[in-house]
Design a protein around this ligand. Structure first.
Ligand code: AMP
Length: 410
């Protein structure tokens, strides 16, 4: 046993590779106790490496050796793996689970990665050009570093593959649908975790008409009937629906035509505006994409950005309720949903007409149930844990693989 950390045994590594960051966690098998969580930020620039041990309450910043500045995900991951080998040298990583943003129309469940799967995922890159290349780079880097251990892809779109054609199509010529131009919905790993928790905590209500609001830097809402996603505010890309930190949310496509035809902007410039310069940041006049900064600001633009945010959440709760013909449960999650009592309070107070009775004290105290006992709609605040869902699927699929491999050896 490693005397320094006391960590030993077999573990699953989860990897969530973003545009310039890699989030990772280690979970001991088979109980899936999370022992380490961390993040490498600023890949390609000023890099930072933060780690939190489950046994300690504080996060530690790990210094990079000055000679090593990872320029890409492969270099960052290889540094991370070397660090893990030294720091937790008695931990054996037995499988790696990856968050993959887009699984297209085909992937409706976590999948063991093979060369054939990688080829198909490469072809899906055009559907999520800002995210998918980093996810796939993370997989390739892990394959190089870990050799033959099982690598599992867990898709953000998979949870929504229960939608009907009408819930997923756009009213454009049908051949676009055949080419994959349809609503996919995202944040599926978060929704899966929350719906599992809901089933454990409120088994009867979990199977009724539920809206989950994932309000983080990215934001979307999903309607669940009988535990299955029937509609989501995000569509073909992660731009649609609610306004986000820097993404625009719902927008008239005529605005994009205007940008092209009258402002002379090309696709790259428009993408930059819609993904990086819009949402809370754009509406607050560039002040911030962070809800905390806006809540603390006296600027009228900050107040208007929050007003627009609340208005759009209310509008989408109304729309999703109409699709389900009723509403029994609302769950808030994500950085804003979990931490801002003010935003939750405003949304729920202003939706009282739908049968919501907010309990102000419970909301301010951050309790799980924030509605009053008399409320017809149960309102909850639940912490999401996408890494744990990835670890769970990875354990399940890698166990199956081990069993199959053993069987084929007989
Ligand atoms: P996430 O993407 O789920 O990590 O959420 C990140 C976002 O949550 C940040 O950009 C903040 O806008 C928001 N956030 C985190 N803590 C708070 C808080 N205490 N109050 C308001 N917003 C918060």
């Amino acid at each position: 046993m490693d005397m320094q950390t006391g960590l030993h045994g077999q573990a699953i590594l989860t990897i969530n590779a973003g545009s310039s960051s890699i989030k990772f966690s280690l979970f001991l098998v088979p109980q899936l106790n999370q022992i380490i969580a961390g993040q490498i930020d600023g890949i390609g620039g000023e890099v930072r490496f933060k780690v939190k041990l489950a046994s300690k309450s504080t996060e530690e910043t790990i210094a990079w050796p000055s000679a090593s500045r990872p320029q890409n995900h492969r270099e960052a991951l290889s540094f991370l793996i070397d660090w893990l080998h030294q720091f937790a040298k008695d931990i054996e990583v037995v499988a790696v689970g990856h968050r993959v943003v887009h699984g297209g129309q085909k992937y409706s469940a976590p999948t063991l990665i093979s060369d054939e799967v990688m080829e198909e995922l490469d072809a899906l890159m055009i559907l999520a050009p800002l995210h998918e290349p980093h996810n796939l780079a993370g997989i390739r880097a892990a394959q190089e570093s870990f050799g033959g251990i099982p690598q599992i892809a867990c898709f953000d779109t998979a949870f929504h593959r229960t939608h009907s054609f009408v819930d997923d199509c756009y009213a454009i010529p049908r051949y676009f649908y055949e080419k994959g131009v349809c609503r996919y919905g995202f944040h599926g790993l978060s929704y899966e975790y929350i719906s599992d928790r809901l089933l454990q905590m409120y088994p009867k209500e979990a199977l009724k008409k539920v809206i989950i609001a994932h309000l983080g830097n990215g934001a979307s809402m999903t309607a669940l009937n009988n535990g299955h996603s029937i509609a989501s505010t995000m569509g073909f890309s992660s731009l649609d629906g609610l306004p986000m930190g820097t993404r625009c949310g719902e927008i008239d496509p005529g605005v994009l035509l205007y940008m092209m035809q009258h402002e002379g902007m090309d696709a790259g410039q428009i993408a930059q505006i819609l993904y990086q310069e819009s949402g809370l940041k754009g509406l607050s006049g560039g002040l911030s994409n962070d809800m905390r900064t806006l809540e603390e600001s006296d600027l009228p633009e900050a107040k208007e950005a929050i007003d627009y945010y609340v208005k759009e959440v209310k509008r989408e709760i109304g729309a999703l309720t109409a699709l389900m013909a009723g509403l029994d449960v609302v769950v808030f999650t994500g950085g804003i949903g979990e931490n801002s009592a003010a935003i939750r309070g405003r949304i729920l107070r202003e939706m009282a007409w739908i049968g919501i009775d907010l309990d102000e004290d419970r909301n301010l105290n951050g309790e799980v149930n924030i509605s009053s006992d008399a409320s017809r709609v149960l309102c909850l605040k639940i912490h999401t844990d996408e890494e744990r869902i990835i670890a769970r699927h990875t354990l399940e699929l890698s166990n199956n693989t081990t069993v199959k491999n053993k069987a084929s050896n007989v």
